[in-house]
Design a protein around this ligand. Structure first.
Ligand code: BJW
Length: 235
């Protein structure tokens, strides 16, 4: 069967084989940090220096990691897939872009972007924010990581919901299904009549909601899936 319109949701698991820590689990990023100490607007108001330092360290680490076989396979799918495709990532790293993906939406923001809360401008940002540098547009010292924290609205929801409502195939890769609204996308896609497929190292909190589950590392499963899809691509 061919699926002309595809939506792919990715989570931290797709970047794990590149050496980017996932969030949850024993070696997760938040081991040693309580999520409410770093990933909420209240935490930023309470202790901006701590939050800036946490994100500065992760931004600096991006220079040391490379896209893995799963990112590269999705980049190939993006180049070669003749139908509709939207890759929605919850990840804030830039490994999908470096893997060649272009039909991509960062629903939880990006480490390489800074957002000025004074003038609302966004700037590509590769250095630290801990020293509270001035905004290049308005000079206010009001830059924060351009990241969607708990309680904030994820980016691109209209575009995502439109794509889910129209898709024939929904694939979730390397996400634990513990954070909404992303965890609910499988239901939206199923309601639209799409086939749903989960790829994960281990069963996730939402595994039972998919038509099909494949267990294993993303670096192996995603290239195999892309081969399968491209072999049956619509004319
Ligand atoms: C591998 C692998 C390998 C490992 N190969 N797989 C009560 C009920 C329901 C909802 C709520 C509630 N109370 C509050 C809410 C809403 C809240 C929420 O969901 N809270 C939950 C904790 C319950 N959500 C929000 O606040 C969101 N906003 C919102 O809802 O706005 C209102 C709204 C209304 C209507 C419509 C739309 C919106 C905002 C959520 C923002 C999330 N932000 C974070 C932090 C970003 C900053 C940062 O990066 O520091 O985003 S949270 C964190 O979790 C991060 C991730 O993107 C997100 C998801 O994590 P992910 O990717 O799933 O990672 P892990 O670590 O959990 O899982 C990794 C998976 O990979 C595992 O399954 C492994 O098995 C697998 N794996 N190696 C394949 N090699």
């Amino acid at each position: 069967m061919s699926y002309p319109r595809i939506v792919i949701l990715t989570g931290a698991g797709i970047s794990a084989e590149s050496g980017v820590p996932t969030f949850r689990g024993p070696d997760g990023l938040w081991e040693g940090h309580r999520v409410e100490d770093v990933a909420t607007p209240e935490a930023f108001r309470r202790n901006p220096a701590l939050v800036q330092a946490f994100y500065d360290a992760r931004r600096a680490r991006l220079a040391e990691v490379r896209p893995n076989a799963a990112h590269l396979a999705l980049g190939r799918l993006d180049r070669e897939w003749p139908g509709d495709l939207l890759i929605v990532t919850q990840n804030v790293d830039d490994l999908h872009e470096r893997g060649g993906a272009r039909r991509l939406l960062h629903m939880h923001g990006e480490l390489l972007s800074a957002w000025c809360t004074a003038c609302d401008a966004r700037h590509r940002w590769t250095g630290p924010l801990a020293g509270f540098p001035p905004c290049p547009a308005c000079s206010a010292r009001a830059l924060r990581p351009d990241i969607v924290w708990f309680g904030e609205m994820p980016y691109g929801m209209d575009r995502i919901l439109d794509a889910l409502a129209a898709c024939d195939l929904f694939v979730a890769i390397g996400t634990s299904g513990q954070v909404y609204p992303a965890a609910g996308f499988v239901e939206t896609a199923r309601a639209a009549g799409a086939r749903t497929l989960e790829l994960n190292l281990d069963p996730s909190a939402m595994s039972e909601r998919f038509h099909e589950r494949r267990l294993g590392p993303a670096g192996t499963l995603v290239p195999a899936l892309v081969d399968e899809l491209l072999a049956r691509a619509p004319a």
